[in-house]
Design a protein around this ligand. Structure first.
Ligand code: GLP
Length: 250
């Protein structure tokens, strides 16, 4: 694991945008795995800026998103489809036909999950997967469990995840209780992974992720088994790790 320490969220966002842009420049038809949540918003803003300054084109890029709520349609403003348009796609030269997000309205979960895995397979796999992290260590929507998930599947969301995401909805009751998410194997098949972590509220889970045993009750610990993971985290998020292991960043 490579760990990049940044002063704050702004620097984290700039740094991660630079890594993504450098991937896009080195392989113009890259397959990018994208994430939602509040953490990547600054990264997407920085990418939009760089695109405006003509530093990069997304014309030949394909994207696959980690997850989508089940039972929410694409035109619902809470869908991750709307999020991606609002936070990134509307402002760059990507062809929307090249962007993929699970279809939350497909009632046939097995069909939806197989379709999504086939899309990723037919694209040739993910070159760079962006990840955020939940307070319980979830990546995508892979919740703590007795075993690591494999392929894309339909997951029942943890109450803590529903609570954390309720800030985007009118109430707890409005948050969907299920989602389609890439499985752990799907995520781990990406050639490179970039995990973004910001803020003191993530200090405990980042500590567990970096220094804990690989354990499905903390899904993010699986990243220790991947050979090309970069974590970009700000001082607040890394505070507990640095207290224990001040020399961890070389
Ligand atoms: C959601 C998303 C995850 C994201 C997590 C953390 O549950 N499905 O992909 O990593 O939230 O979100 P935030 O970055 O807002 O803390």
């Amino acid at each position: 694991m490579k760990i990049i320490l940044t002063k704050n969220y702004a620097e984290l966002s700039k740094k991660s945008a630079e890594i993504i842009i450098s991937q896009v420049k080195s392989k113009k038809n890259s397959i990018l795995g994208l994430a939602t949540g509040s953490t990547p918003i600054g990264t997407y803003k920085a990418i939009i800026e760089m695109h405006k300054n003509r530093q990069v084109s997304f014309e030949n890029i394909h994207t696959v998103n980690l997850d989508e709520y089940r039972g929410i349609s694409r035109d619902n403003s809470q869908s991750y489809y709307c999020y991606m348009k609002k936070e990134l796609f509307n402002y760059i030269d990507i062809n929307l036909k090249n962007t993929y997000i699970p279809n939350g309205m497909n009632e046939n979960a097995q069909e939806e999950c197989e379709n999504y895995e086939n899309i990723i397979k037919n694209l040739g796999g993910i070159d760079l997967q962006i990840l955020g992290i939940g307070h319980n260590g979830h990546i995508g929507f892979n919740e703590p469990s007795d075993k690591f998930s494999t392929k894309t599947y339909c997951v029942k969301l943890d109450d803590r995840t529903i609570e954390a995401n309720a800030r985007f909805f009118d109430s707890f009751e409005d948050v969907p209780k299920e989602a389609y998410t890439m499985g752990i194997d799907t995520i781990m098949s990406a050639k490179k992974i970039l995990l973004l972590v910001s803020g003191a509220s993530k200090a405990d889970i980042l500590y567990e992720t970096i220094l804990g045993e690989v354990n499905p009750q903390v899904p993010s610990t699986i990243l220790n088994n991947h050979e090309n993971v970069t974590i970009i985290a700000d001082e607040d998020a890394l505070s507990k790790v640095l207290k224990e292991k001040p020399n961890i960043i070389k």
